[in-house]
Design a protein around this ligand. Structure first.
Ligand SMILES: [Zn+2]
Length: 351
């Protein structure tokens, strides 16, 4: 049951959904279908398949849907991204599904989920290996980010409620992390996802494709700072003003740089997230503890694997705090501790 829930079968629907969620329709048309970028601006153009003067246009950039008056793509005037790939590449439908899935990382998603949760099930197994009946009764421990969120206990009134919205690659509502801070210093963090029909966020993100925090910016950026948690991301983003970026080596513009993190803490980097970082320079700034570093190296490994597979080299650097740094220290702590001299503090702190 545990694993069934995590299966993402490679169906045409799942692949099309992945394209929409990532907002990468136009990229698929360009890179997978091989259509010239000039034809993908939504205006009327000659059809890349049947020519003419103005019979072709993209009708949905997110989904990669196009229109050809001659019905080139599968016989219908309006065609989805899979029909376009199939026609343009002259492949079978299932080959087209496979090609697009590969490009957006859907197949890897299924593989990876089994992979990344092996440690959970193994741990559970070892613990219970002589008590088989317990395994049947009790499901293995679930990773935190997949728990269905409950309302915080009624008796406790949070002193602060913070929402972190994870929009998709097209800037539309997709996932949300809500954090409740209590007077005693404890917190609860729960994810939810956007239900388009209801027009609101609903608890849980099981079955949803993950996107990185600040997805639109990540998509456009050349340099991405990857941190652990939204609080760090927000703090670092606020710090990286135009003035600060101008002094970086090399200097860069704000739109060339993004700050991101993922849902689910140190268990949150699923393989479909890796494709967001292809061809980019990625700096991972982990929390100063063992889970933080392990996570950082796992993120690096997954991005580099995807980079090889997709032939889009990424340069991923994992920073390490100086050994004397307090346990669990993170970039938000550094920015708080050294607001006047943060550049120096960060450089000094990281080896
Ligand atoms: Zn045509």
């Amino acid at each position: 049951m545990f694993f069934q829930k995590r299966e993402y079968p490679l169906t045409a629907e799942n692949v099309k959904k992945a394209v929409v969620v990532a907002g990468r329709g136009a990229e698929v048309l360009r890179d997978v279908a091989g259509i010239q970028a000039e034809l993908l601006d939504g205006k009327h153009h000659p059809c890349p398949n049947c020519g003419g003067k103005d019979r072709f246009r993209v009708v949905d950039v997110r989904a990669g849907e196009v229109f050809c008056n001659h019905g080139c793509f599968g016989g219908r005037k309006k065609a989805d991204v899979l029909a376009v790939v199939q026609t343009m590449r002259d492949v079978t439908f299932s080959e087209a599904v496979q090609m697009v899935a590969e490009y957006v990382g859907v197949k890897a998603l299924g593989d990876n989920l089994r992979d990344s949760h092996f440690s959970f099930s193994k741990k559970h197994y070892v613990k219970n290996e002589t008590e088989n009946e317990k395994i049947v009764k009790k499901p293995p421990c679930k990773p935190k980010h997949d728990l269905v969120p409950e309302k915080p206990k009624a008796a406790r009134k949070p002193v602060r409620v913070t929402h972190y919205d994870y929009e998709d690659g097209a800037g539309l509502p997709h996932l949300r992390v809500t954090r409740w801070d209590y007077a005693d210093g404890t917190k609860e963090v729960r994810p939810s996802h956007w239900d388009a029909e209801r027009g609101e966020y609903v608890p849980g993100i099981a079955g949803q494709l993950r996107v990185p925090f600040n997805a639109v910016e990540v998509k456009e950026a050349e340099i991405v700072f990857f941190v652990e948690g939204e609080k760090c991301a927000a703090a670092l983003k606020a710090y990286l003003t135009q003035e600060v970026l101008a002094e970086m080596n090399p200097p860069c513009f704000p739109d060339e740089v993004a700050v991101t993190c993922v849902i689910g803490g140190v268990n949150g980097f699923t393989q479909e997230l890796a494709v967001w970082f292809l061809g980019k320079t990625v700096y991972i700034l982990p929390d100063h503890d063992n889970p933080g570093y392990r996570f950082a190296w796992e993120v690096k490994r997954k991005i580099e694997q995807a980079a090889v597979k997709h032939e889009r080299p990424s340069q991923v650097t994992v920073f390490r705090w100086q050994p004397e740094t307090p346990e669990k220290w993170d970039i938000a702590d550094a920015l708080e501790e050294y607001p006047d001299d943060v550049n120096h503090a960060v450089e000094r702190s990281y080896a």
